[in-house]
Design a protein around this ligand. Structure first.
Ligand SMILES: Nc1ncnc2c1ncn2[C@@H]1O[C@H](COP(=O)(O)OP(=O)(O)OP(=O)(O)O)[C@@H](O)[C@H]1O
Ligand SMILES: [Zn+2]
Ligand SMILES: [Zn+2]
Length: 849
């Protein structure tokens, strides 16, 4: 299997007999591919989880390849047989091709890919167990050796007559011959138990049987509880019934005794679910209808870039595109870039499709992930809503993939390897499933924009050609459609954007964080019963703390960055925290260097703004929404509900407030320091600024009133800010693309970042230099326009006591979603890397820190 052969492989032959299997074995330390014999009578398919012998242990393995022949160098006598198939049919067809493609393209191993993708514990060891068999009356029992009798004694001491083999071995030295003897005499059975990572969870369910049981009469209170149960469809979890009716467990028991209800334990899957009022498809606007038609015109694989301004009703288009897929018995995947967006979107999807909706993201517990995986494997049509890892959800019959906010950096995995981008993987997955891929955004990425540039906008475009699954993962040019939703659903105007020059504010004597315009906006909120959002690019209190007399800055002992001041609420101790390694220390009362008690706080994080708001607007009800306040499970949903129900006037937050919120009462959006977005030393800074600002602006004016956006900056003439002010997305994109082309940055060339780190600062620098010259030599011969930038120390040289260097490769071809045509000598580089130096590879990197 190689990355360039991307076609769904047919289900492997299940009757390969006799034959061998190459299995990826979960060896301690590093996984290996080993060959095993398949005992006659066993059938195995690629992807089955196996239990195989390794040394004296039984370990987990995944069947990778079935083969009739042994490799020459293996002696058939030495090849061991697999012990058992622990579970089969765990993966949909084509799934292994997808994983192999990911591993190849991102220069990672298949095992690393599997670890990122599969629910943890799927490969966990199965356990060999021994159990007593009931005595058989086959005449006089044969005499047993003392060793065998000893084993029997141990087994008899167990209530269930059953122990793990490890336990028996611990009790009795050299027990193996005894066990064989007992097996021969059919006194014991040896079996394998796969350790399910979690036990199935059961819950008590109450089911209505008789409203008026004949045998005995019911009290009014009991009738009341029954009525409630009836209204809710006749079946509820017992805890929910008690919770909603305030009935005691005793009352529920009585109802069961009287024959009015039945109580039973039912296995529950740990799946998120909430009761949703059902909703119905909206009648589409003209633009939405055209977009839907375009999507439905795609036969087989093809991409559709849905470019719809904020509030244009993209979600409704997604929902109506999903409906016929489900009706046809297929499943759909809907991805969002950030976990904070899953409650909002999954609520909307559930309201439409009810119980067929599953939520899948990495913050699920081990048990939840495992359970969801099990449910997804059933063939029912389902909708999976999730973050980037959900692109690997094991749906068999996939009919549609949608990436909402496709431009968002949250789709890129930073660590651990493989550093995949869900959009790139989505292309491959859609291709394998031969289904459409919708990329939706108000501010498409330059990558996606570039891809469809050649395509004329629908419906002027020529009818897209029927798409045959392509042998190469690159999207065939003919199947990329571009569809626009140019206006909001009720044709509301986009909110006007005002740039405020903070230099002038200072001249006028305003030294606070809030310009006059923002102050005015906030002052109106309560009076007019409206809500507002305040966006700050940073969390925490301030970027750093320094001594007023000597300038000393408190730094992280492990990383070369200053610590950030955190002060959640008043009586709590102010803390200094490192945003790289999470090192935390109390704020020192005196300067460690000169002893002065006076400190200065630079920058403006969410906490600092909260304090300033409290001083200037004491009655304003403010909510903080950032990664500090949303750490708890369920916190996102809770805070958003409080906000959407009008319990607060203003929400202050980081990136999280910029996306997805659809609340008509939001009439005001303030952006505190636009410059902090622009000044990132990254070639994508302009693109990201544009996207972030247009997204956050789009949160307002979604009701009947136009809304207002105020952006504070020290640099109002900046071309990006000017483009934002006039909503000149297209013009901006064109000029940005021209610049990228001139510099051969993506989407015109491909980047590859080699990241080296080591506790030894000298060694890591030396290794980086050596690798750079090796690469220059080897790649320079291959590509004329190839460029190697660096080696250079990473922006933050030291993180968690490791020194970091990097090498950036700029490769000339437009290779997004195409495995490199020329293999890089990365394995060779890895082999040249000293043990103390770690080498990480980031293909198509988004962050260069
Ligand atoms: N055809 C329609 N008729 C009436 N209301 C609609 C229609 N389509 C969408 N809406 C409503 O318009 C609002 C905005 O839609 P939606 O949130 O889907 O926009 P969006 O394009 O996803 O926005 P954003 O990119 O800003 O998140 C929602 O409240 C939605 O219920
Ligand atoms: Zn000092
Ligand atoms: Zn640190």
């Amino acid at each position: 299997m190689s990355g360039s052969e991307l076609s769904a492989s047919p289900q492997p032959d299940r009757h390969c007999d006799p034959c061998y299997v190459e299995a990826l074995v979960d060896c301690p330390g590093s996984p290996q591919v080993l060959t095993y014999r398949i005992p006659t009578g066993h059938t195995i398919a690629v992807g089955d989880i196996l239990t195989v012998p390794l040394g004296r242990q039984q370990v987990g393995a995944i069947a990778l390849r079935l083969t009739p022949d042994l490799p020459r160098d293996l002696d058939p006598g030495q090849v061991r047989a697999i012990e058992a198939v622990a579970s089969s049919s765990l993966f949909p067809p084509g799934y292994w091709t997808l994983l192999q493609t990911v591993a190849d393209y991102y220069h990672s191993s298949l095992m690393a890919t599997i670890r990122v993708v599969l629910p943890p514990g799927l490969l966990r060891r199965s356990q060999k167990r021994v159990k007593l068999l009931p005595p058989q009356n086959l005449g006089p029992e044969a005499p047993l050796s003392p060793l065998a009798q000893q084993i029997l004694q141990v087994l008899k001491s167990s209530k269930t007559g059953d122990y793990s083999w490890t336990h028996i071995q611990k009790k009795i030295k050299g027990a193996a011959p005894g066990l064989r003897e007992l097996q021969r005499h059919q006194r014991v059975a040896v079996y394998l138990q796969t350790q399910s990572p979690t036990q199935p969870k059961t819950r008590r369910v109450a089911t209505l049987i008789h409203e008026q049981p004949l045998a005995s009469s019911l009290t009014p209170r009991q009738q009341e509880v029954l009525q409630f149960l009836k209204q809710r469809g006749g079946e509820l979890w017992a805890v929910d019934l008690m919770g909603s009716t305030h009935a005691s467990p005793g009352l529920i028991q009585t109802l069961a005794r009287k024959g009015a209800i039945a109580l039973s334990d039912r296995e529950t899957l740990r799946l998120e679910s909430s009761l949703m009022a059902a909703d119905h498809p909206q009648s589409l606007t003209l633009h939405q209808r055209k977009a839907l038609e375009a999507i439905q015109s795609v036969q087989g694989f093809g991409t559709v870039l849905l470019h719809g301004v904020t509030g244009s009703g993209k979600t409704e288009v997604y929902l109506q595109a999903i409906a016929p897929i489900l009706a046809a018995g297929q499943s759909a995947l809907l991805l969002v870039p950030e976990i904070g967006l899953t409650p909002q979107i999954s609520d909307r999807v559930r309201a439409r499709f009810g119980q067929r909706v599953r939520v899948y993201h990495s913050a699920l517990s081990e048990g939840e992930r495992y359970d969801t995986w099990r449910v997804l494997l059933q063939s029912d049509p389902q909708v999976v809503v999730g973050t980037r890892s959900a692109i690997f959800a094991p749906l068999g019959n996939l009919g549609l993939i949608i990436l909402d906010e496709e431009h968002d950096g949250g789709y890129k995995q930073e660590s651990p390897a493989p550093c995949y981008h869900a959009r790139t993987v989505a292309h491959w997955r859609a291709q394998l499933a031969n289904c459409p891929l919708i990329l939706g955004s108000a501010t498409p990425s330059l990558e996606s924009w570039h891809r469809v540039q050649a395509a004329a906008p629908w419906p002027e475009a020529a009818q897209p050609q029927p798409v045959v699954p392509q042998p190469s993962p690159a999207a065939p040019a003919g199947s990329a459609l571009y569809v626009r939703l140019p206006e909001r659903v009720h044709a509301q105007p986009l909110p006007p954007i005002v740039l405020v020059d903070m230099r002038q504010e200072l001249q006028r004597g305003n030294r606070t964080l809030l310009s006059q315009r923002i102050q005015q906006g906030l002052a109106k909120l309560q009076a007019e019963q409206q809500q507002g959002l305040l966006f700050i690019n940073r969390r925490g209190h301030s970027t750093f703390v320094s001594c007023r007399s000597c300038g000393y800055v408190v730094e992280c002992p492990n990383c070369s960055v200053s610590l950030t001041y955190h002060h959640t609420h008043h009586p709590s101790t102010p803390l200094l925290r490192c945003h790289y390694c999470n090192h935390t220390a109390p704020q020192p009362p005196k300067c460690p260097s000169c002893g002065s008690p006076y400190f200065r706080y630079f920058g403006s994080g969410t906490q600092r703004v909260m304090e300033e708001l409290r001083e200037q607007f004491p009655t304003l009800r403010v909510l903080r929404f950032d990664s500090d306040t949303t750490r708890r499970k369920g916190a996102h949903r809770e805070l958003l509900t409080r906000f959407s129900q009008g319990e607060v006037d203003l929400m202050v937050g980081t990136q999280m407030v910029t996306k997805g919120l659809d609340i008509p009462q939001v009439q005001f959006v303030g952006v505190l320091a636009a410059d902090s977005l622009l000044n990132l030393s990254d070639f994508r800074a302009s693109e990201r600024t544009m996207q972030t600002l247009l997204q956050v602006a789009g949160r307002t004016g979604r009701g009947t009133q136009p809304g207002q956006v105020v952006i504070q900056t020290y640099n109002p003439e900046h071309p990006v800010l000017q483009a934002v002010k006039d909503y000149q997305f297209q013009a901006f994109t064109q000029s940005e693309l021209a610049m990228r082309q001139a510099l051969q940055y993506p989407p015109y060339g491909q980047l590859l970042l080699l990241k080296l780190s080591s506790p030894n600062p000298v060694l890591v620098e030396q290794t980086a230099q050596e690798m750079a010259s090796l690469l220059r030599e080897m790649l320079g011969a291959l590509w004329e326009n190839f460029a190697l930038l660096g080696p250079a120390p990473a922006q933050v040289l030291k993180v968690a006591r490791r020194f970091r260097w990097q090498i950036l490769l700029k490769l000339p071809e437009n290779l997004e979603a195409t495995p490199l045509s020329t293999p890089l000598p990365l394995d060779y580089l890895r082999s040249r890397c000293p043990r103390e130096v770690r080498l990480g590879i980031d293909v198509d990197p988004l962050h260069f820190g």
